[in-house]
Design a protein around this ligand. Structure first.
Ligand code: KG4
Ligand code: ZN
Length: 363
């Protein structure tokens, strides 16, 4: 049995400044003692998207108070922690540096082990915050920056089965919403507009139909939807278009997930077939429903994190850190903030979204 871990998690990779305390019990169960998320939406809304400089400054201004609030809500002090976990990438590097530096300072001052967590690994474990979901599982990670299918056998053991060739699903939601004049962030706004709409009133292109792999593509859909949006002003038609966009994105996610299930099932039937969706887009009800249907049709159980842990939060970073600590995996004070950091480095190198070079694969 590994000892109980009580970890302060810090998340600053995009436009949320977040801190949380999570306890991992020796049987592997996770308990969220506190989770504070300070959103910067109001600061970025006038620009229609996240402005990296504004984000970095806002993280600096609030990280201290948010970490204090997380400890206070947990009823603990720094002396009760067994470790500190901070997102070290991928993300907007100015923001990542703020959280990672803060984590290093706490670790140094208190003599605690530091874990430099990959933000994607945080999303990968996030469903375990709400339910006791065992490893391994097949994961669809759908957020603003990422759209990947992964085999997850535990922290540090993710194998990528597919990724997007262009935009992430969340990015497609955001960009189409923007083209329709909806406020930032676009995903939730588009979901609200789609309520009661008829998805059959418009036709949008279905991508990569002939391909047998598990890769995604949303750029054709995005362009087609943005063009249609220009000619649609009637409120009912706008609602129908939003419903059509949502159905097209959900449909592609479900179709590629089904393909991944068929590839995953033969090797994992003995361990139990589990399908998990995580990331901001997992908050979308139409997406969840479409995925649940294909999971059950393919003999998989279906799980998604509680809504609060779909979008960016620090509880998932604390849990990834606690699971790493339980395995004895820690990082030194030389851990760096990484704008790009693929979870499955081998797959990313073999199939780069961004060609090899100074920047390397993003995710
Ligand atoms: O995981 P997340 O908070 O941040 C990243 O790591 O990227 O995901 C944010 C993304 C945004 O693109 C946002 O529009 C999308 O998740 N999102 C949604 C919904 N809630 C958040 N997309 C569709 N429907 C939603 N309800
Ligand atoms: Zn995220």
């Amino acid at each position: 049995m590994t000892p109980i871990q009580t970890v302060l998690g810090l998340e600053t990779s995009c436009d949320e400044t977040a801190a949380a305390v999570v306890r991992r019990h020796d049987d592997g169960r996770a308990e969220v003692l506190s989770s504070i998320v300070g959103s910067q939406i109001a600061a970025h809304a006038p620009y229609g998207g996240v402005v990296p400089e504004i984000a970095a400054r806002a993280h600096v201004e609030s990280i201290d108070a948010i970490a204090e609030a997380a400890l206070r809500e947990a009823g603990l002090g720094y002396g009760d922690l067994t470790g500190v976990a901070a997102t070290a990438g991928p993300g907007l590097v100015g923001g990542v540096m703020v959280g990672l530096s803060f984590g290093k300072a706490v670790a140094l001052a208190r003599g605690l082990p530091l874990v430099a967590v990959n933000h994607l690994e945080g999303h990968a474990v996030s469903a375990r915050l709400g339910a006791d979901i065992g490893y391994p599982f097949l994961l669809l990670l759908v957020s603003g920056g990422h759209c990947q299918l992964l085999e997850v056998a535990g922290v540090g053991a993710c194998r990528r089965l597919g990724t997007t060739l262009d935009d992430a699903a969340g990015e497609a939601f955001d960009k189409i919403a923007k083209a329709m004049g909806l406020p930032y962030p676009g995903g939730p706004a588009l979901e609200a507009l789609a309520e009661g709409g008829d998805p059959g009133q418009f036709t949008l292109p279905r991508m990569l139909l002939g391909r047998k792999d598990c890769d995604f593509s949303f750029s054709g859909l995005k362009t087609a939807a943005a063009r249609l949006a220009e000619g649609v002003s009637d409120p009912t038609a706008r609602r129908d278009l939003a419903a059509c966009v949502q159905a097209a994105i959900a449909g592609q996610l479900a179709e590629k997930s089904a393909r991944a299930m068929q590839a995953y099932a033969p090797d994992h039937a003995g361990a139990g077939l589990r399908f998990v969706v995580a990331g901001g887009v997992a908050a979308n009800r139409a997406v969840r429903a479409a995925l649940q249907t294909v999971a059950h049709a393919n003999g998989f159980s279906f799980a998604a994190p509680p809504l609060a842990y779909c979008t960016d939060n620090a509880a998932m970073i604390a849990l990834a850190g606690a699971e790493r600590l339980a395995l004895g995996l820690t990082d030194g004070m030389d851990a760096i903030a990484r704008p790009r950091w693929p979870l499955d480095q081998i797959a990313a190198a073999a199939h780069p979204m961004h060609p090899a070079g100074r920047k390397g694969a993003k995710a």
